[in-house]
Design a protein around this ligand. Structure first.
Ligand SMILES: [Cu+2]
Length: 57
């Protein structure tokens, strides 16, 4: 989706856009255990490894 629409705004409570050199905070509340992935959606960043995994026990 981001490759098709690179100017797409990310303005959902579960998303953050952080300028280079800056910091941001997202608060996620999990209501079940499991393994969850998160990633940067800027085109090429996911492929470059800007991904992570959270394990909720
Ligand atoms: Cu990125």
């Amino acid at each position: 989706m981001m490759k098709k629409h690179p100017g797409m705004e990310h303005d959902e409570p579960y998303m953050a856009h952080v300028d280079p050199g800056k910091k941001g905070t997202i608060v996620w509340t999990f209501n079940r255990a499991g393994s969850f992935e998160f990633a940067c959606l800027i085109p090429g960043h996911f492929e470059a490894g800007m991904i992570g995994r959270i394990t909720v026990q």
